[in-house]
Design a protein around this ligand. Structure first.
Ligand SMILES: [Zn+2]
Length: 333
């Protein structure tokens, strides 16, 4: 597959990964973006069951390891997660890998969200796949204790039903973060930014399993892990809810929300207050997320997404941006 930009950071003028990405993703090994095998067979037995239509329910993950500068499929000791094009009934599924890659790159490059390192690779037949470097091992290969929020909240399919990953609120996740993390004020701001990001980029599938804590080896306390599985689900599941979980634990709704404007500034302001981010910090964080359009646009149009979807992706973002800037709602008034 001939390309003209780095398939990790999307900088132009490279025929494979740039040096900076080789260093971060592959410890300077000269890995090529072209794999010499085709997509592993689709095994529907591994699919998750849920009564909710979701992208994560159809996404199959494989493990890769690096051997002599080559990425190979492996059953154990995987260093990378490989996510090929998923099967299923949703729209534009062949664009899922490039969508996830783009959304993760926007999160890290534009919003400085600490994300899993990631890139696009191509199978032998030219089909793209998304890869992410695992972050649950130390440099020496020791496993880092990591738990997602279904585990932290003690929720399972057996005890809480098929919707166990979704019947929860972002406010309750923040309460669990407070319970388990000592530097709460620092970590909760990172968490808040991701919730706003998910709304801005139409990620309607950020459920309990998409947030995790890891144990700090040095001090024994817990911190949020890097963020992962960020993608614009509206390209594939139109009409999906705006956020995967409720913002508030008690079904609270602002006047603007009740009036039909969905999420506007008063919603996020109230949410920030509930999770103990003070007003000045809220204003700073929020305003900082509003003026990134030119950087976002540049990355969208440098991405591997199909051209017509680039336009839709950018339009969706502009609409959400306009919405979160609103301070009151005029629909129905
Ligand atoms: Zn690069």
């Amino acid at each position: 597959m001939k390309i003209d930009r780095c398939p990790a950071c999307l900088k132009s003028g490279f025929e494979t990964y740039c040096n900076s990405c080789l260093k971060k993703l592959f410890d300077r090994k000269k890995v090529n973006h072209q794999l010499d095998f085709t997509r592993p067979e689709f095994n529907s037995a591994k699919l998750e069951r849920s009564d909710r239509l979701s992208i994560s329910g159809v996404q199959i993950k494989h493990s890769l390891k690096l051997e002599n500068n080559k990425l190979l499929l492996t059953e154990k000791d995987g260093e990378y997660i490989l996510k090929p094009i998923p099967g299923g009934v949703f729209k534009n599924l062949d664009q899922v890998p490039c969508n996830e890659h783009l959304t993760m790159q926007i999160a890290s490059q534009v919003y400085r969200i600490d994300t899993a390192l990631n890139a696009i690779v191509f199978f032998e037949n030219g089909e793209p796949a998304y890869i992410a470097r695992r972050f649950d091992r130390t440099k020496e290969g020791r496993k880092i204790l990591q738990e997602d929020f279904t585990q932290i909240a003690g929720r399972t399919e057996e005890t809480n039903g098929q919707n166990y990953k979704y019947d929860f609120s972002y406010e309750e996740i923040a309460e669990l973060i407070k319970k388990h993390i000592k530097p709460y004020q620092i970590e909760v701001e990172k968490y808040f930014r991701v919730i706003v990001f998910n709304y801005l980029f139409s990620n309607g599938d950020a459920h309990l399993k998409n947030f995790s804590l890891s144990r700090n080896e040095e001090y024994g306390d817990y911190l949020l892990t890097k963020f992962y599985d960020l993608l614009n689900t509206s390209l594939h599941v139109p009409g999906e809810s705006d956020l995967a979980l409720d913002l508030f634990k008690d079904s609270f709704e602002t006047e603007a929300y009740k009036a039909g404007c969905k999420f506007t500034k008063p919603d996020f302001e109230k949410f920030a207050k509930r999770i103990e981010i003070n007003k000045n910090r809220f204003i700073k964080i929020y305003n900082d997320m509003l003026n990134k359009s030119s950087q976002v646009k540049a990355l969208i149009y440098a991405s591997f997404l199909r051209n017509d979807l680039k336009d839709i992706y950018y339009q969706n973002y502009l609409e959400r941006l306009e919405n979160i800037e609103l301070v009151n709602c005029s629909i129905g008034s």
